[in-house]
Design a binder for this molecule. Structure first.
Ligand code: NAD
Ligand code: TYD
Length: 343
């Protein structure tokens, strides 16, 4: 498998995955596709676009006509990261979530089938399982029970992926990962929002009582797990991925205050998210036993590194906050449709 299509390549995890693949597989030829929505940022791929093995194409995964020639160019595997990914935005409006996260996946599956792509990996989320009480963990056989429009759309996609495997025998894989953190995460998600707010001397908005629990994984560990499943996972299977690191939000906030030398009064308790899932925790026995993957990054080290990255890369996130990042693509590559990296 050397010709790989990575969709959502200009997002947080997609850009980290492209970088990982270029480093880890010298023979890889990668096409990165991204619509460059508000969450897509070509500046996150600036170093990768200099590598001759990587080509970027601006394209909407829902646009079958525009995607077909990309698939027709000998693509052997697809890793689909493209999605609307923020729960709070899905509460404000679900339409784009259904469009990209469901219809986009159907379009990609049909194209993958038509072009006889060998492997299709759908990057899903632990949020499809819904919310846990104080004990227990999500396994791959936990029934799906999504609670937000975001997680409902991701669940619908998982059902489609399963159906294409069952009906057409396509070699599909689904990964369901817990909350990621690390470099290049858009500053609307908990950890980068809190770091960048504190760096700008603004308060951090903590929802509800701050006792919601997430299972945190460093994005590099997630990328390594995805590559492992892509290369060695059994077609038709779901693999959970997690950091084995459950932490309540208030604790994350306090650790960040500590890193950035801020007082507890920088926390602002705000109205809770509607339908806020209480706890996520992922059982990773299957991927560990079958494929030998485990997370490697210790959370304290990973968080310290992440804070250091946001300190060292102020320009990257400040250009997001001012909106300038969206001009970068057009200045470099011009406006509009499918644009391939110039030689
Ligand atoms: P992100 O929002 O940072 O990136 C998503 C990317 O998809 C953006 O670059 C965006 O421009 C692109 N995109 C959106 N609509 C598109 C379309 N129609 N066509 C082409 N590109 C489009 O999200 P992320 O955090 O990098 O998440 C990537 C994937 O991983 C998502 O599928 C998400 O559900 C899943 N996931 C994320 C987490 C997490 O903690 N961030 C955890 C588990 C799973
Ligand atoms: P988030 O990063 O949006 O990821 P998800 O909702 O997919 O888990 O949120 C992580 C947790 O942090 C979640 O319990 C909601 C909470 N949260 C806040 O308390 N304040 C915020 O401003 C944000 C964005 C999230």
């Amino acid at each position: 498998m050397s010709r790989i299509l990575v969709t959502g390549a200009a997002g947080f995890i997609g850009s980290n995955f492209v970088r990982h693949l270029l480093r880890a597989r010298s023979g890889a030829q990668i096409v990165g596709v991204d619509k460059l929505t508000y969450a897509g940022n070509l500046e996150s791929l600036a170093d990768c676009t200099e590598d001759a093995r990587f080509r970027f194409v601006r394209c909407d995964i829902c646009d079958a006509d525009a995607m077909a020639p990309i698939l027709g160019d000998g693509i052997e595997a697809i890793v689909n990261f493209a999605a609307e990914s923020h729960v709070d935005r899905s509460i404000l409006g679900a339409q784009e979530f259904v469009r990209t996260n469901v219809i986009g996946v159907q379009v990609l599956l049909d194209l993958a089938r038509a072009h006889e792509v060998n492997r299709f990996l759908q990057v899903s989320t632990d949020e499809v399982y819904g919310s846990l009480g104080p004990s227990g963990k999500f396994t791959e056989s936990t029934p799906v029970a999504p609670n937000s429009p975001y997680s409902a759309s991701k669940t619908a996609a998982d059902h489609l992926v399963h159906a294409y495997h069952h009906t057409f025998g396509m070699a599909t894989l689904i990964t369901r990962c817990s909350n990621n953190y690390g470099p290049y995460q858009f500053p609307e998600k908990l950890i980068p929002l809190f770091i960048t707010n504190l760096l700008e001397k603004n308060k951090v908005p903590l929802y509800g009582d701050g006792m919601n629990v997430r299972d945190w994984i460093h994005v590099q560990d997630h990328c390594e797990a995805i590559l492992t499943v892509l290369e060695r996972g059994t077609p038709g299977q779901v693999y959970n991925i997690g950091g084995e690191c459950e932490i309540p939000n208030i604790e994350i906030a306090r650790r960040l205050l500590g890193h950035l030398d801020c007082d507890e009064d920088m926390i602002e308790y705000v109205t809770d998210r509607p339908g806020h899932d209480r706890r996520y925790a992922v059982d990773i026995s299957k991927i560990t036993k079958e494929l030998g993957w485990r997370p490697r990054m210790n959370f304290d080290d990973g968080l310290a590194e992440t804070v250091a990255w946001y300190l060292a890369n102020r320009k990257w996130w400040q250009r997001i906050k001012t909106g300038e990042y969206q001009e970068y693509y057009e200045k470099q590559y011009g406006r509009g449709g499918v644009t391939v990296k110039p030689e």
